[in-house]
Design a protein around this ligand. Structure first.
Ligand SMILES: Cc1cc2nc3c(=O)[nH]c(=O)nc-3n(C[C@H](O)[C@H](O)[C@H](O)COP(=O)(O)OP(=O)(O)OC[C@H]3O[C@@H](n4cnc5c(N)ncnc54)[C@H](O)[C@@H]3O)c2cc1C
Length: 448
């Protein structure tokens, strides 16, 4: 597979022990570790050197040391999703923000906060809940996921239906570049952007442009009540029609997830049927009106309502099941929301009984491997099936990302898919930001 970086970076051969020795000597015993097993595992390496700066200045010094020595660096947060993307080519050091986890400024009255990038999003939201506020992002993944990781991967979950993605909530960042320079973009207040909003450039950059060190967010008031309505049907079509009616109405769910009976999450509901789960976050009176209106729009379909803790429980279990280690494959497909029903029918024709779930309002469909499906096929059949599903998405103007797959598959197929005309621009940005190609080499689209 094409690799843009391997020619540019030529580090001197150095042992992991020497790297750790150098880091400990300069920054202290607890700032570097020789990790093995799954801990900060990037690819198939047996062991790796991991550095843990405690603040932006230390991060900057570590990056200066690394670039001076020509060490290639994998930026990391908690390290829960380092498998995502193409296998990076060789690297010398993982730099984790896990010890950079302070809230630097939090002004409940202004609905803004600035935190270090290693702050766990879930932990921050628990704290902000004391002031009835939250950053309205619920990315799939681990409780340990850091703010920096969520920004770098542009991670969003079911709540993107109402609240969008990290791009919508990030207002500023401080980053450390490959050579150790610190720069800031955006600000700490909501209305401070004139011209091009550079901080958004880092959203979804997968650690290939710079290490995110600090991030400022807008916050949202935490709704006082929550309920979930679930509609059931034997076919996806009736539920897709309901999605279209809801989208055209005054009903405003915070999340709208379509779940097939072949998906692992269906066991949380009625495992026999397709389900459409609508999450409502609002005050009690508004929610009751929205539930009534949704029931009217979905009349003829069986439905059930989950209140308070049951609803919260369902969404937690739903998120956990997304990242369960059982599936060998996780695919993320996109299509126009208006094409959702036709797209699901395409997938169903190509590969019957697909274990799928969709952010129905956004046209994002996820497929997860299981024994009867992609996980259960031989390598050649898997590759053919993946190519076929990718063609289906592309035919509808969408794309297919491979979020998880065994190494033997990743080495034979581009996990990102075709980037199109943006390719040249992305390479030019990489060249500008990281000319020595030291950050996350080879992980991202177009071999970046
Ligand atoms: C199995 C699984 C499936 C997931 N599926 C989805 C999904 O479908 N959609 C989705 O939106 N999210 C998904 N997530 C992502 C989830 O939100 C991640 O857990 C979170 O983004 C990563 O947090 P982390 O701190 O562990 O990041 P890490 O795993 O440490 O890093 C993840 C990526 O971000 C980069 N990175 C991390 N921190 C920084 C930083 N400070 N500066 C620059 N780059 C950085 C890393 O280089 C790496 O490329 C999934 C997670 C898991 C475990």
């Amino acid at each position: 597979m094409e690799n843009y970086q391997s020619e540019t970076a030529r580090p001197r051969a150095i042992s992991l022990e020497t790297i750790i020795y150098r880091l400990r000597e300069m920054f202290g015993e607890d700032r570097a570790e020789l990790a093995s097993g799954g801990h900060f595992c990037v690819g198939d390496e047996r062991e790796r050197a991991v550095a843990f700066p405690s603040n932006i200045e230390e991060l900057s010094e570590m990056m200066r040391l690394a670039s001076g020595e020509g060490w290639r660096v994998i930026p990391a947060g908690a390290g829960t999703w380092l498998e995502m993307g193409a296998r990076p080519t060789r690297f010398e050091l993982v730099v984790s923000t896990a010890k950079m986890n302070r809230a630097l400024e939090y002004e409940p009255a202004d609905l803004t906060a600035t935190v270090e990038a290693g702050t766990r999003l879930a932990a921050f939201n628990r704290k902000a809940a004391e002031d009835r506020q939250f950053i309205p992002l619920d990315p799939f993944g681990d409780e340990r996921s850091t703010v920096g990781g969520v920004i770098a991967t542009a991670s969003a979950g079911p709540l993107r239906c109402a609240y969008g993605t990290p791009r919508d909530w990030l207002i500023g960042v401080a980053v450390v570049h490959a050579d150790g320079r610190i720069t800031r973009a955006g600000g700490k207040v909501v209305k401070n952007v004139a011209g091009y909003d550079l901080c958004k450039l880092y959203v979804g950059s997968f650690g290939t442009l710079a290490v995110i060190a600090e991030a400022s967010f807008k916050l949202r008031a935490l709704p006082s009540c929550e309920k979930t309505a679930v509609f059931y049907s034997r076919d996806a079509e009736s539920l897709c029609s309901l999605v279209a009616r809801i989208t055209d109405s005054d009903v405003q769910p915070a999340a709208m997830e379509l779940i097939s009976p072949y998906d692992e999450a269906s066991t949380l509901l009625d495992a026999e049927h397709f389900a459409l789960a609508l999450r409502f976050l609002n005050d009690a009176e508004t929610i009751d009106w929205q539930l009534e209106e949704a029931a009217r729009l979905g009349s003829g379909l069986r439905n059930a309502t989950l209140g308070g803790s049951d609803a919260g429980e369902f969404w937690r279990a739903y998120q956990e099941s997304e990242t369960s280690p059982r599936a060998e494959f996780i695919l993320k497909l996109s299509a126009l929301p208006a094409d959702l029903n036709a797209f699901i029918a395409d997938i169903n024709r190509a590969t019957p009984r697909p274990p799928l779930r969709a952010h129905a309002a956004n046209g994002v469909v996820r497929l997860r491997g299981d024994d009867r499906w992609l996980d259960g096929l031989k390598t050649e059949e898997r590759l053919n099936k993946l190519a076929e599903i990718r063609r289906l998405a592309q035919a509808r103007g969408g794309q297919m990302l491979i979020l998880r797959a065994p190494d033997e598959i990743k080495s034979q197929i581009d996990v990102w898919g075709e980037v199109g005309p943006g390719r040249g621009l992305m390479r030019a940005l990489k060249e500008k930001f990281d000319p020595e190609a030291l950050l996350n080499p080879g992980r991202f689209v177009a071999g970046i």
